[in-house]
Design a protein around this ligand. Structure first.
Ligand code: PMP
Length: 392
C-alpha cells in the first residue's frame, strides 16, 4: 500500500530557502541556493540567451518530437568547448545526447555504469549530495575517499589510495572543475598524475563538468577532463549548461560517451537512448535550442563568453576579498582565494551555523558550504563581521 512508504527527509537546501524567505530582516543574506548572483543580488537571464530565445520564437516552426537524443545540433555545438577545437570527437570516439540538466546526464551515466556490470563507484567525500542519492537509487555501491584536507588542499594521498585499492568492476566519479561543495580543485600537475594512474588501472572515469567557465576559464576548466580522456580508453562525461548559460530551470545538459573503437559508439549510445526513453522519453527542448542558437552565431557566442567572463571575474573578486580578510575570528579565510566556482566550505561548528542564521540572518548549509556569489561588495563586510562574531 502507498501508506507503507516511509517518510523521506526534506531536502536540506530547499528547507533553507524557506527559512531565509521567512526571515523579516531587510539585511538578511542567502548563501545557500546554488545559483550565480550579480553584484545586485539577482540571477538575470544572459543577454545572449534572451536574444537566442527571441530568434527561437521567431523561427521555430514545429515542436514535433525530436527523439530521446534531443537536439543533436546543441550536443555537437558544445563539443569543441568541452573536448577542444582540434578534435572535438577525438577521431570519432565521442558521441553525445541531450539530457534534462546535469542531473539527467548523471542519472543516465550511472544507470549505464550499472547496466554495463560495474559494481561500485569511487566518489570523493564530500560530494554533491545528489551523486550519492542517484547511486543509492540505482543500487550502485559507493566507495568513498577524502577529497580535501583540513588546510583546504586536495587530499592526493587519498586519491592515490582509492585508485590503488580499486577492484575490477569499479568506476570513479570526478568533478571536472569548481568542486561542489568545497571549491577545491586538482591542480594541472595533480590531474596529470590522476590521468596516469587511471591509465594504468581498469577503472571507468565518469567526469561531472557542471561549472565550466566559472572557475579559471572555459579552456582552463576543461584541463583535467581532457587529460583524463587522452589517457584512458573509455569514459562518460556529464555536462550541465545550467550554470554557465544561466538556464537552471530550463534543464539543459548533455551526456557524452568516449570509447576506444568508434565502431562501438552506436551500441553504447543506444543504451543512453533506451534509458532516456524509460526515464523521461525526451529532454525538454527550449533551453538546449537557445544554447545551440548562441553557439551557431559568432556574435552571440562572443556575447555569452563576455557575460561568463564577468560572472567569473565577480566571483574571483569576492574570493580575493574574503582571502584578504585572512584570519577572521576563529577561522582562516585565506584558502578561499585559491578555490574555484560558486562554493567553498568554511569550517563552522553546527552551533556557529545556527548563530549565523539566528543572530545575523545569514543562511547557508549546515555543512558550512557558502555560495560566494551570494556576497557582494555591499554585504561582504557585514558577512565578515558576523563570521568574526560567531567564531571569535
Ligand atoms: N553536478 C554538480 C557537481 C552540481 O553541483 C550540479 C548542480 N548543482 C549538477 C551536477 C547538476 O546540475 P543541473 O542543475 O544541470 O541538473
Amino acid at each position: 500500500m502507498l501508506t507503507d512508504l516511509q517518510q523521506q527527509p526534506a531536502d536540506a537546501l530547499l528547507a533553507l530557502i524557506k527559512l531565509h524567505n521567512d526571515d523579516p530582516r531587510a539585511d538578511k543574506i542567502d548563501l545557500g541556493v546554488g545559483v550565480y548572483r550579480t553584484g545586485r543580488d539577482n540571477t538575470p537571464v544572459f543577454g545572449a540567451i534572451k536574444a537566442a530565445e527571441q530568434i527561437l520564437v521567431d523561427t521555430q516552426d514545429s515542436k514535433a518530437y525530436l527523439g530521446p537524443e534531443g537536439d543533436m545540433g546543441f550536443v555537437k555545438a558544445l563539443m569543441p568547448y568541452v573536448f577542444g577545437k582540434d578534435s572535438p570527437d577525438m577521431g570519432g570516439r565521442i558521441e553525445g545526447m541531450q539530457t534534462p540538466g546535469g542531473t539527467g546526464s548523471l542519472r543516465l551515466a550511472l544507470a549505464m555504469v550499472k547496466r554495463a556490470g560495474y559494481k561500485r563507484i569511487i566518489v570523493g567525500k564530500p560530494s554533491w549530495p545528489n551523486h550519492n542519492q542517484i547511486c543509492a537509487d540505482l543500487g550502485l555501491g559507493v566507495v568513498e575517499f577524502s577529497h580535501a584536507k583540513a588546510d583546504g588542499t586536495t587530499d592526493m594521498d587519498a586519491v592515490r589510495g582509492a585508485i590503488a585499492a580499486a577492484e575490477e568492476g569499479d568506476a570513479i566519479l570526478l568533478h571536472g572543475c569548481c568542486h561542489n561543495p568545497t571549491g577545491i580543485d586538482y591542480s594541472h600537475a595533480e590531474w596529470d598524475e590522476i590521468a596516469g594512474l587511471l591509465a594504468e588501472s581498469k577503472i571507468l572515469p565518469v567526469i561531472d563538468l557542471a561549472y565550466q567557465g566559472l572557475g579559471q576559464g572555459m579552456e582552463e576548466d576543461a584541463y583535467g577532463l581532457r587529460r583524463v580522456l587522452a589517457a584512458v580508453p573509455e569514459a562518460l562525461i556529464c555536462y550541465s549548461c545550467d550554470k554557465n548559460f544561466g538556464l537552471y530551470r530550463d534543464r539543459v545538459g548533455a551526456l557524452y560517451a568516449m570509447v576506444s573503437d568508434p565502431a562501438d559508439l552506436a551500441k553504447v549510445m543506444s543504451n543512453g537512448h533506451s534509458l532516456a526513453r524509460a526515464n523521461w522519453s525526451q529532454p525538454p527542448d527550449h533551453g538546449g535550442a537557445a544554447v545551440r542558437i548562441v553557439l551557431e552565431d559568432e556574435a552571440l557566442t562572443a556575447q555569452w563568453l563576455d557575460e561568463l567572463d564577468k560572472m567569473r571575474d565577480r566571483m574571483r573578486e569576492v574570493r580575493a576579498k574574503l582571502a584578504a580578510a585572512g584570519q577572521t575570528g576563529g577561522v582562516d579565510l585565506s584558502p578561499l582565494g585559491g578555490q574555484n566556482g560558486l562554493f567553498s566550505i568554511i569550517p563552522f561548528t553546527p552551533e556557529q551555523v545556527q548563530a549565523m542564521r539566528s543572530k545575523h540572518g545569514i543562511y547557508f548549509a549546515g555543512s558550512g558550504r557558502i555560495n560566494v556569489a551570494g556576497l557582494t561588495m555591499g554585504n561582504i563586510e557585514q558577512f565578515l563581521a558576523a563570521v568574526a562574531d560567531v567564531t571569535g
